[in-house]
Design a protein around this ligand. Sequence first.
Ligand code: ATP
Ligand code: MG
Length: 392
Amino acid sequence: MRNVLLVKYGEIAMRGKNRYLVENRLIRTIIERLEPYEGYRVYKEQGRLLVVNELHEFDYELVIPLVTVLPGVTAVCPCVETEDQSLENLRNIALDYCRGRFGEAPVTFKCETKRSDKKYPHTSREVSADIGGYILHSMDNVSVDVHDPDFVVMIELRNNAYIYTGLIEGCGGLPMGTSGKATLLMSGGIDSPVAGYLTARRGVEIEAVYFDSPPYTSERAKQKVIDLAQRLAVFTGGIRLHIVPFTETQLKIYDSVPPEKMTIFLKRAMLKAADMIALKNGSQCLVTGDSIGQVASQTLQAINAIDSAAQNFVVLRPLCAMDKQEIVDIARKIGTYEISIRPYEDCCTVFVAKHPETKPKKSIIEAMEPKIEGLDALLAAALENTRVLDLK
Ligand code: ATP
Ligand code: MG
């Protein structure tokens, strides 16, 4: 008998022939995450994964937060594992387990059994009734409630037997790297890190791009983006951040277009540069934190006028249909909110138009762009001088 962690994963089961590849990917991700700690091993156990420690007692406080953040993990359960599946042994182990979990105050419980070994000599119902009855008679402070119990004692009979109560929710989604790669346009705001997280959660590896315009944007604004990328790395296992020097491009656009169109051309320049980075790094799409109607450059007309700047890849906007509050709730949950709202002083708001156009015409924008002299050369130089950070 030993304490282990059962890891549940959801959609992977629907992956047909690819299932093993996806399972193995998740196993590898968990192994990598636990590598710095002695003795932890991961095994497959019939549609579940099992984390065990082969050297010493399992440290749940350490391991649970490290595993639940991993995309692909739907839930984890700290549980007791035993090889001996005889009813007598299960009764004793379940009773011990319940004594440890229930405390002294009166509680209600029920037992539920899952049996994947159909040759097992008792039905699931019989096992639940037997063990439930034993616990009921052995403890003074318990009663059975099959509808709304305080504790559901789960007994899973697989290659070994597992006894646990309660699930701890995981990140959900698909294991990292099983859905390709995306290049995320990441500013220091609330939205784009959430867009990155939601994309990563679907198993997409992320590289982030930040457009830096010193001295108009500050060193602290850049540090925020670095810290945000580092926070996302908790979920992804690591993130490459490209910092593109954007001042010259931005000044050029400022000098060349009417103020109300400034943002549209800026966003197009960003997409164009990110598209080139994506082409080099093997991405299959671009991701932004736009949400429909949030600001002038995020109206449907603006999105249309901006999108065609990305020549190679589709631009995904995972937040497009979300309200700000919903985005904030996720940002809080994933720990990016506190970083995003950190105050920083940018020395100049010269690039922000008082009355930005909300319904730009794509054809007009596309006709104007080639007249911005030297824009492509400036973008090429910016890419040439891009700094790359690998964040863990
Ligand atoms: P966020 O909260 O992500 O900063 P926002 O509400 O401030 O978004 P905008 O500034 O209009 O909105 O930016 C829209 C999207 O464009 C961002 O979500 C991000 O994907 C991208 N973006 C904007 N500025 C930058 C930048 N300096 N570097 C990289 N991407 C950027
Ligand atoms: Mg922003």
